[in-house]
Design a protein around this ligand. Sequence first.
Ligand code: NAD
Ligand code: UDP
Length: 327
Amino acid sequence: MRIVVTGGGGFVGSHLCEALLRRGDTVWCLDNFSTGEPENLAGLRDAPGFHSRHTDVTAPFDVPGPVHAVAHLASPASPADYGRLPVETLTVGSRGTENCLRLALRHHARFLLTSTSEVYGDPEIHPQPEEYWGRVNPIGPRSVYDEAKRYAEALAMAYRRSLGADVGIVRIFNTYGPRMRPYDGRVVSTFIRQALEGRPLTVYGDGGQTRSFCYVDDLVSGLIAMIDSSYSGPVNLGNPCENTVRELAEHVLSATGSSSRIEHRPLPVDDPTRRRPVIARARAQLGWAPRVPLDEGLRRTVGWFASRSPSAEGALHHHTVHHPVGA
Ligand code: NAD
Ligand code: UDP
């Protein structure tokens, strides 16, 4: 297949491009690198069938045909990133999504929308099934992302219902793994970086809030299953194993062997208190379930972070970490 991956230079997108190339697909990776890293694609540049174009998908664009699928991942995703890029986030979720839907329609291609568990907001229903409509603050600091994704879902369904577009929606829960940016502000990357640097782990609030963390390889196999399916969804993709943020900090300390302290910081506005996917639909419709347990996924992720910073790698091997002054 010839597949367009928007946001292919990002964390999840680069793993998706890699997995698609591995199974023999041709990949057109479109990215403006606002939150992605060209280095994520370093290993793919010479791969047969790989094409990468610096593209902002909020402006009209085309890709030489044929195109069999458009996987639309372009969007800032970390709360720190979309807090810094609020209007860009709304624009890529709205106009960017529409441009990608039009591309798919022109080529009679399958369209995959990577939506998010954030559409559930701070949920009253736990765990979250796809039938739940969510509880989102429409004007809070997270709304630029949450509402952009909710709008993108509505737009994708309108294209399906009124124009016959072959649309599939996935709602991704917290995903982690190699190629997260060490300073992206997300909890797994932040804790691993802090642990490897011997700095305190910054737990927001009392750390009693929960998330359910999915390893990136598991997520990517779910994305590919959805690309290959004709199911419209929405379908949750995430790992139903739920942890408090405090527990995550303990797992990271043990995966790194770090003796960093835990330091509490104020809880961000509208931080959801709990998150855990019901994945019955993904099992039934896609035959998908995650396989990599948290400790194994963290071990792989820590290995990647450490390999990029020689001093941290040394610390990891000796299970002793320096304690520089400051956070
Ligand atoms: P990321 O920030 O690493 O990747 C997003 C990519 O999109 C980046 O490479 C960025 O440069 C690119 N991009 C942003 N705006 C663009 C534009 N206008 N034109 C072209 N490219 C643009 O984030 P990620 O974690 O890899 O997330 C990928 C997708 O998955 C996002 O749509 C995100 O909302 C969704 N998602 C991710 C998670 C997660 O836990 N990682 C959870 C839920 C949903
Ligand atoms: N968090 C934390 N310390 C950090 C970064 C995040 O305690 O340094 C918390 C954050 O408040 C939230 C959880 O970890 O409760 C997940 O945050 P992240 O930004 O990774 O994802 P999201 O809030 O979008 O689920």
